[in-house]
Design a protein around this ligand. Structure first.
Ligand code: SF4
Length: 183
């Protein structure tokens, strides 16, 4: 069963996703819906298994940071002064509470670099449909739960995220870890 789910996830990400993106190149209005669909299918498949997890990474997009904030967080998110003007403060507190790694990426290249350096066993990623779907594909077979950001001011600026969804994902991986230990 486990092998089949890993295989199915690989099929979805490596074959079904490129196929959908090819169709999306012609049906541009549907592309975001396809990307969101891939994230949902991935999340569903990831949650069908338990994992041996030592290190969880909470990977965030740069656009969550308040655009007026001049603190540079790319290489050290803990430089945040926790003023509460954006959700970065709450996300750092969640990472501390659950003792997981946290990082901010300004784009796909930096995100891949962070994953390569930290080598997490599982990732909770926040991003838009495009970055999330392509990031999940790039990091396969690492289990990733993807959470879409919210964009009240449009794309790429002062975005936000539902903290409960992030915490639920953290709890899910934590429970998975506990169950694995019991086996
Ligand atoms: S919470 Fe942190 S990142 Fe957000 S505006 Fe304040 S100092 Fe900047």
């Amino acid at each position: 069963m486990r092998v089949w789910i890993i295989f199915l996830r690989g099929f979805v990400l490596k074959i079904y996703y490129p196929l959908l993106m090819l169709i999306g190149a012609f049906l541009k209005s549907k592309k975001v819906i396809f990307q969101s669909h891939i994230v949902n299918v991935n999340n569903f498949l990831v949650k069908q298994l338990n994992y041996k997890i030592n290190k969880i990474l909470l990977l965030l997009p740069h656009c969550l940071q308040n655009s007026k904030c001049d603190v540079r967080l790319t290489f050290d998110v803990f430089k945040c002064k926790r003023c509460g003007q954006c959700k970065i403060k709450d996300l750092i507190e969640l990472a501390e509470q659950y003792d997981v790694a946290i990082s901010i990426a300004t784009g796909g290249t930096i995100a891949r670099k962070v994953v390569k350096e930290l080598r997490p066993d599982a990732i909770i990623a926040v991003a838009c449909e495009r970055d999330l779907s392509s990031g999940i594909v790039d990091t396969y077979p690492i289990p990733v739960i993807g959470i879409l950001n919210e964009r009240p001011f449009g794309p790429c600026i002062d975005t936000t995220v539902n903290l409960k969804k992030v915490e639920d994902a953290l709890k899910w991986f934590m429970n998975s870890k506990i169950q694995e230990k019991k086996l």
